[in-house]
Structure formats: C-alpha cells, structure tokens
Design a protein around this ligand. Structure first.
Ligand SMILES: Cc1ncc(COP(=O)(O)O)c(C=O)c1O
Length: 419
C-alpha cells in the first residue's frame, strides 16, 4: 500500500483549489505532476552547474556531463537495458518513434514490405509509419480490437507474414487503458523475423518494463508522463541495430571527424544526440525515476489497480455512461474513457453530451480530466464517436478524488437536464 498522503506532500501543485473546490488531478495520461525533487533538480542545475556537456574541460562542464550521463545509467537500470549506451535521449516519445522510422525505416523498408500496427495506436506511433510507407510504397496493417477492447490475438498470426518487417504496438492504450501482451507479440514478430517496437509512453510510467525479458528491439517513452519534466524522451534500441542505422538529426556532437564534403559518425548513443541536449531536464528525469524506484513499480501498479477497480465500480453505477475499455483492472491500467450514451439514438454518433462539455463542467467542480480524440482519430472512427472523456490516475490520486469525479458527473447530468 502506498502512503498517498505522504506522497501528496511532495507535489505542491496538488494542494490548491480550482473554482473553490480542491483540485482532483485526473489527467495523468496527458502529463503527470512533478515532485519537488524533480523541480529542485532543475533549479539546482541552473543555479550551480549550468554548462554545456561533453565539450568542456572545466569543472562545471564535467559535473554537468557526469550528471547527464548518470541518468543514462539510471534509465537503463529502470527498464533493465543491458547497456546504458542503448539509451538515447530525445525530446519525447514522438521523436523516439520518428527516429526509428527515419533512421531504421529508410534503410530497411522497401516496396511491398509490411508494417504491422494496431487499431489503438496514438498518432505518434502511426503517422511516422504512414510517411515511411508512402515514401517506400510499403503497406500498413492493423491488428484489430475485439468487442472487449483488447487486441484480437487470434488475428495476429495471420497478419504477421514473411513480408512483415516491423511490428509496432503500444504497451498500454492511452484511450482504452488496455494493457497489451507485448512479450507474446514480440515472440510472434521475431518468429517471422520482424523487429518489434513498443510505444511505452503510457505503459512504462505505470508498470515499468523489462526490455531484456520482453525482448523488444526498440522502446519509446517520455519523461513528462512519469513525474519528469517535459522535453525529454527515451529511445531504447538494441545496440547492434543502433550501430547499423544511419543518423537521424545531423550536426554537432554526432560526428567523429568532419571534412568539407563528408563526415564520420560518433559512436552510439551520441550518433543520435546531435546538438546541445536538454541537459537540465534529463538530469531532473533521473530524479523522477529514482522517486518511482523508491516507491517500487509493483506498488505503483497495485495502487492504480485499486483506484481503477474503484472507479470502474463507481462509473458503472452512474446511469447512462458508456465505458470504452476492458472494464477489468487486470487487463487495464489507470485510464478510463467514457461518454454519456445517447438515449434512443438522439445523436447519430451515439452520445448525448459532447466530451468537451463533460470536461468543462467537471472542471467547475475542481476535477481535471481530458476530453477529445486523444490523438487516436482512427480508433474514434472505429468506435463511431468524436471523442471520449478520460480520467487517468497516478500515485498521488485517491478514492476521494474519484468520488469527486462521480459527483461532478452528476452535475453534468443536472446541467443537461436543465437544457
Ligand atoms: C500511447 C502514447 N504514445 C505516444 C504519446 C506521445 O508522447 P509525447 O507527446 O510525449 O511524445 C502519447 C502521449 O499522449 C501516448 O499516450
């Protein structure tokens, strides 16, 4: 069990009122809040050892370089990567996926090759492959979802063929909360000699990952959804693949030797970190990971399981609510998407109250949720809805905040009953 009240003391932002109501921050799928240690790490860097890394021979530069490189080790340890040199810092998960699509994809995908995705991918793990497929005349295929909002595993074996060069799957859906069986899919991909990429933007912050055990070839995730600052993402890649790939962004730091007409590349991971990186935020990300490790990822997951079970029960009791997800905390992380259903089909898209209206009204009750298509327009189209309202939890959330949400949803119904 987590000592949530103690944890909350580390997050000054949570202790405030919004519209005169205590803030219930249930928008962690978008971005998480940051504990004081993370905020302090940023100010500490700028106050005491701000300087560029890898280049200087002065004390401050050495200190900054050491702190930055130490986070590579912290990240590797957190995801159980065999070698810290397999960790590349990017701006976010989106950039990490783009790096693979560009640097691996342009070299390895050709006409007629297939890339297998799922129907629940975030645009970040879709658009880079669309662009690559268009350029290379490759084909995108999609693992469908079942009525239960899980991946249709029976279809996977037919969809992975000898033409499949890459399978790219989200560890956890940012809309449905569905946790995907990534280890099993990795096995199927490798059996067909395809590579396997995981979009861990939602999965890594809430249940961690063991890349060696899952045996993925690439993993992309993002610091700001796991207590870290914005502007930092991670690409993990198997060393051999990273060494074979061409650079993504070119310029300073990623080179070894340069002539006027040519250059040679720095070793991995520096080959993929051109220009001055986001030094302060990478260092602060290290503090975020240490904070999570201190709590223990199993405890994080168990706390969210308990909150999800409680929220599902409360939301299922709320009349007229449709929930889009497995409705089972064993298969679902701390994300719940819902809409007020149409009564008698008053609306061709099957919902009565637009999720933006839901989000605006619950905000008046101090509850922060997300509303919209959540960067998953193809999934929305499949579900036949314009968007959902989405509540998403993290280590500092409480059952009282879920009660606040259900109370606020009652207000939504009151407002619309009055119209
Ligand atoms: C599943 C998933 N993948 C990728 C991303 C992109 O993360 P970022 O915006 O940090 O690149 C998100 C962000 O919401 C996400 O939920």
């Amino acid at each position: 069990m987590l000592n949530v009240q103690k944890i909350r003391e580390d997050f000054p932002i949570l202790n405030q009122k919004i519209h005169d109501k205590p803030l219930a921050y249930l928008d962690n799928g978008s971005t998480s809040q940051k504990p004081k240690v993370v905020i302090d790490a940023i100010t500490n860097y700028y106050n005491w050892y701000n300087s560029n890394i890898h280049r200087g021979i002065h004390t401050l530069s050495e200190k900054a370089t050491e702190a930055y490189e130490n986070v590579r080790k912290i990240v590797a340890d957190f995801i159980k990567a065999p070698d810290p040199e397999e960790i590349i810092f990017t701006r976010n998960a989106t950039e990490a996926v783009n790096l693979v699509a560009y640097a691996w994809g342009r070299k390895n995908i050709s006409t007629g090759d297939e890339i297998l995705l799922t129907e629940m991918e975030h645009h970040s793990n879709l658009i880079p492959w669309q662009i690559l497929a268009k350029e290379k005349k490759a084909v995108l295929r999609f693992i469908p979802i079942t009525q239960n909002f899980t991946l249709d595993l029976d279809k996977i074996e037919d969809l992975i063929t000898s033409k499949t060069k890459l399978v790219a799957v989200t560890q956890m859906s940012n809309v449905l909360g569905t946790i995907n069986p990534v280890k099993k899919i990795a096995g199927l991909a490798h059996k067909a000699k395809a590579l396997f990429l995981i979009d861990g933007a939602q999965g890594v912050p809430h249940s961690g990952i063991d890349v060696a055990n899952v045996n993925c070839d690439f993993l992309a995730f993002t610091a700001h959804k796991m207590l870290g600052p914005t502007g930092v993402g991670v690409l993990y890649g198997k060393k051999k693949l990273l060494e074979e790939m061409d650079p993504f962004i070119a310029g300073g730091s990623m080179i070894l030797e340069v002539w006027q007409d040519r250059a040679t590349w720095n070793k991995v991971p520096y080959k993929y970190e051109a220009g001055t990186p986001n030094i302060a935020d990478v260092i602060a990300f290290g503090e975020a990971i240490k904070y999570l490790q201190n709590i223990g990822m199993e405890n994080v997951r168990n706390h969210e399981k308990e909150l999800t079970a409680y929220a599902l029960k409360k939301l299922c009791e709320t009349e007229d609510l449709t929930i889009y997800g497995p409705k089972n905390p064993e298969l679902q992380g701390g994300i719940i998407s819902f809409n007020f259903s149409a009564k008698g089909g008053s609306d061709s898209v099957g919902i009565d109250i637009h999720p933006h209206d839901v989000g605006t009204i619950v905000d008046q009750e101090g509850v922060a949720i997300r509303a919209g298509h959540h960067c998953c327009q193809p999934l929305m189209r499949k579900l036949g809805i314009p968007g959902t309202a989405r509540a998403s939890f993290y280590i500092y959330n409480t059952k009282e905040e879920i009660d606040q949400l259900t109370f606020a949803l009652g207000k939504v119904k009151e407002v619309f009953a009055r119209l």
